[in-house]
Ligand binder design. Structure first.
Ligand code: FAD
Length: 595
C-alpha cells in the first residue's frame, strides 16, 4: 500500500481557512506557528507513511492472536511501530504539558490522527483509545489519579480502554449489570463481563488502564446508577510502577469483518480491583464529557479511510487501460485509454474528493470549536463554540462515516474485479471503514441525538447561531461574482435545512415517531449544508489567492472540486427534505410480524 499524506490540504485548512495564527490567545496556539505546524505535518507524514502504512496489510491478514494465558499477540511489526510511536512523542502531541504532553491545539493533533488512521486504522486505535482513557481521567479524576495515570497514558507508555458494552447492553447503557462492591479502603471489587473492548489486551504497552462503567451495589436502576472506575491490568506499586496482576482478563477475541489488527476483546472482571472516578452514580455524565471528542475521532476515521481508498482508486484509474474515451482517443499510441477518461469513473472520483475535502474541513472546523470551547478567555466565544461542538458532533460522526463508506465502496468500484480481490487494498478499506458507522453510538442513534436533544437545547440556540453565521457569509459575499455558485448553493441548502428544522419543531413534538422517521434524512441534510458552508469558505480563500496572482494549481483544483460539490453532491439536500417531510405514517404502518 502506498499512502501520500495530504499535507498540503492540512496546511491549507489550518493556515489559510481556519487561520490558526489568529488564536495566539488560546493555550497551545501561541506555540503553534504555521512554520512549526508545517514541520509537524511533514514529520507526521513521514512517520505514518513509512512506519504505519507498510503494516496495514499484514495487520489485516495476520490479525491478533489470543493465547491461553490470556495474553494477546498483535500482528508482526506492531510492537516495534508502537515503540517508535512512543519514542517519537506522537501520543503526547495534544496532551496537557502538566502531564508531560506537548500541549498543541487539538486541531493540530487531528492532522496527525487523520494520517495515522489512513495509514493504519487498526493500529491507530490503540493510541486513540488510550487518549480516551486519558481524557476521562483528566475530566473526572482526583489529583492523585491524574498524577499517577495521566503522564503514563499521555506518553503511550501505558495503554487505555473504554469498558462500556455488555452482552445485553449496547446502545442502552441503562441496562448495564457489571457490579462494583466497596471494600472500605477506597477500592471496589468489580464483577461482570464486558464485550467488544478495543485494545482490551495486547503486547504493545507496559500496562493497560481500563475505564469501566459499573453499578455500585444498591445504586438506582437505569442510567442514574452508573459509576466510572479505573481498573489497571497491573496495579501500580508505591512508585507508580506496574505491580500485582489484577483479576481482569481477556477471555477471547472477536472474529470480525475488519480492523483485524486491533484486538476486540471479551473482558472478564472477576472481582477485579477498581477505583472510583469522580462521584458515585455520575459515571455516564463523565463519559459524555469525553464522548464528543471520541465521536469526532470516529468521524475522522471515516474521512481517513475514504482518503486512503480514494488515493488507491485514483492511481488505478490513471493506469488501467480499458475502452476509448467517448470524445476520441486520449492515448492513441496505446491499445486503449486509461479509465480516468470515462465520465462515470470521474463521477466516482469527484464525488469522493468533494466529500473527503469538504468533510476534512468540517472536521477541522468542529475540532477548532473544541479548542475554543475549552481555552478561550472570552465567555461568549466559549459558549458559542460549546454549542457548536454539541450540535455538530453527531453530524460529524454520523454523516461523515455514512458518506465515507460510500467513498470506500466507489473506490472499490473504480478498481472493478481487481478491487474485489484481496490483492489490492480496496476491500480492506471498505471493511475497516464499516465499523465507524456502528461504534461510539450507531449512526441512527447519532441522528436521534441530533433531532431529539441537540436541536432543542437552550431553545435552539446552537442551530439559530449556525443559521445566522451562514446568513452573514452569504450577505457578505453575495455580490462577488466569482463566488456566485457557492453562495447560491449554500443559501438554498440553508433554506432547506431551516425548512426541515421548522417541520421537525411542529411535527416531531406532535408525534415523536415523526422525529425518529426524519432523523437520518435530517442529519444528512445538515451534513450537506455544513459541507456547503465549508466549500464556500474554502472557495473564498482559493479565489482570493488566484485574484492576488497565485498560479498554484492547488487553488484552481479546489475551486473545481468545490463547484462539483455544489452541482452534483449538494442537490441531494432537496431529496432529504422531501423524504423527511413524509413523516412516520407509511414508514410505521406495517405490523412487526409483517417483516
Ligand atoms: C469492533 C468493535 C469495537 C468496539 N469497541 C468498543 C469499546 O472499545 N468499548 C465499548 O464499550 N464498546 C465497544 N464496542 C461496542 C459498540 O460501541 C456497540 O456495538 C455500539 O454501541 C452499538 O451497540 P450494539 O452493537 O449492542 O447495538 P444495539 O444497541 O443492539 O443496536 C442495534 C441497532 O439498533 C439501533 N438502535 C438501538 N437503539 C435504538 C433506539 N433507541 N432508537 C433507534 N435505533 C436504535 C442501533 O442504531 C443499531 O443500528 C465495539 C464494537 C465493535 C463491533
Amino acid at each position: 500500500m502506498t499512502y501520500t499524506p495530504p499535507i498540503r490540504d492540512h496546511a491549507f485548512l489550518l493556515g489559510e481557512v481556519l487561520e490558526i495564527d489568529r488564536y495566539a490567545n488560546l493555550p497551545g496556539f501561541a506555540d503553534a506557528s504555521m512554520e512549526l505546524v508545517t514541520q509537524i505535518l511533514e514529520e507526521a507524514g513521514k512517520f505514518t507513511s513509512q512506519v504505519l502504512a507498510p503494516l496495514n496489510a499484514v495487520g489485516d491478514k495476520v490479525g491478533c492472536t489470543w493465547n491461553p494465558d490470556h495474553t494477546v499477540t498483535t500482528p508482526p511489526g506492531f510492537k516495534e511501530a508502537y515503540a517508535a510511536l512512543v519514542a517519537a512523542g506522537w501520543p503526547a502531541l495534544g496532551a496537557d504539558p502538566a502531564y508531560g504532553g506537548q500541549g498543541l491545539p487539538h486541531v493540530v493533533n487531528l492532522a496527525f490522527s487523520e494520517m495515522s488512521s489512513s495509514a493504519n486504522m487498526a493500529f491507530s486505535m490503540y493510541p486513540g483509545l488510550t487518549h480516551g482513557a486519558y481524557s476521562a481521567i483528566l475530566n473526572g479524576g482526583s489529583d492523585a489519579q491524574k498524577q499517577l495515570y495521566l503522564p503514563r497514558l499521555a506518553s503511550g507508555q501505558w495503554g487505555g480502554t473504554m469498558n462500556l458494552t455488555e452482552p445485553h447492553c449496547g446502545t442502552d447503557l441503562g441496562l448495564l449489570r457489571t457490579k462494583a462492591v466497596p471494600q472500605g479502603d477506597g477500592s471496589y471489587r468489580i464483577s461482570g463481563q464486558k464485550i467488544w473492548i478495543s485494545g482490551g489486551e495486547h503486547d504493545l504497552a507496559q500496562n493497560i488502564v481500563h475505564l469501566v462503567l459499573a453499578r455500585i451495589e444498591g445504586a438506582p436502576a437505569g442510567t442514574r446508577g452508573i459509576s466510572l472506575f479505573i481498573v489497571p491490568k497491573l496495579i501500580p506499586d508505591a512508585q507508580g510502577e506496574p505491580g500485582a496482576r489484577n483479576s481482569v482478563f481477556c477471555a477471547g477475541l472477536e472474529e470480525k469483518m475488519g480492523i483485524h489488527g486491533n484486538a476486540t476483546c471479551v473482558i472478564q472482571h472477576e472481582e477485579s480491583t477498581g477505583w472510583l472516578v469522580g462521584e458515585e452514580n455520575r459515571g455516564l455524565a463523565l463519559m459524555f464529557v469525553m464522548m464528543n471528542e471520541a465521536r469526532i475521532g470516529v468521524g475522522l476515521q471515516g474521512v481517513a479511510q475514504a482518503e486512503a481508498a480514494y488515493q488507491a482508486a485514483a492511481a488505478f484509474a490513471r493506469d488501467r487501460l480499458q475502452g476509448r474515451s467517448l470524445s476520441g482517443p486520449k492515448n492513441p499510441e496505446g491499445p486503449a485509454d486509461p479509465i480516468i477518461v470515462h465520465p462515470d469513473i470521474r463521477r466516482m472520483l469527484m464525488d469522493s474528493r468533494a466529500v473527503i475535502e469538504g468533510g476534512r474541513a468540517f472536521l477541522f472546523w468542529t475540532a477548532l470549536q473544541g479548542d475554543l470551547a475549552h481555552g478561550s478567555p472570552d465567555e461568549d466565544v466559549r459558549r458559542k463554540a460549546g454549542d457548536y461542538m454539541a450540535l455538530l458532533t453527531p453530524v460529524v460522526k454520523g454523516y461523515l462515516t455514512d458518506r465515507a463508506f460510500r467513498v470506500c465502496s466507489d473506490a472499490l468500484q473504480v478498481q472493478g474485479g481487481a478491487g474485489f480481490t484481496e490483492h489490492l487494498p480496496a476491500s480492506q478499506y471498505l471493511r475497516d471503514c464499516r465499523i465507524a458507522l456502528i461504534y461510539e453510538g450507531a449512526n441512527g442513534v447519532q441522528a436521534l441525538d441530533l433531532v431529539g436533544r441537540k436541536l432543542a437545547a437552550e431553545g435552539g440556540r446552537a442551530v439559530m447561531t449556525f443559521f445566522a453565521e451562514v446568513d452573514a457569509f452569504v450577505e457578505t459575499h453575495k455580490e462577488d461574482e466569482a463566488l456566485t455558485p457557492f453562495v447560491t448553493g449554500l443559501a438554498e441548502a440553508k433554506g432547506q435545512l431551516q425548512d426541515a428544522t421548522m417541520w421537525l419543531m411542529h411535527n416531531g413534538l406532535a408525534n415523536p415517531d415523526n422525529a425518529g422517521a426524519a432523523s437520518t434524512d435530517y442529519m444528512h441534510l445538515f451534513g450537506l449544508t455544513a459541507l456547503a458552508y465549508m466549500w464556500a469558505r474554502m472557495a473564498q480563500v482559493a479565489q482570493g489567492k488566484i485574484a492576488a496572482g497565485s498560479a498554484d494549481p492547488f487553488y484552481a483544483s479546489k475551486l473545481t472540486v468545490g463547484r462539483y460539490y455544489m452541482e452534483r453532491v449538494l442537490p441531494d439536500a432537496g431529496a432529504h427534505l422531501a423524504k423527511l417531510k413524509t413523516g412516520a405514517a407509511t414508514l410505521m404502518a406495517l405490523p412487526a410480524e409483517a417483516f
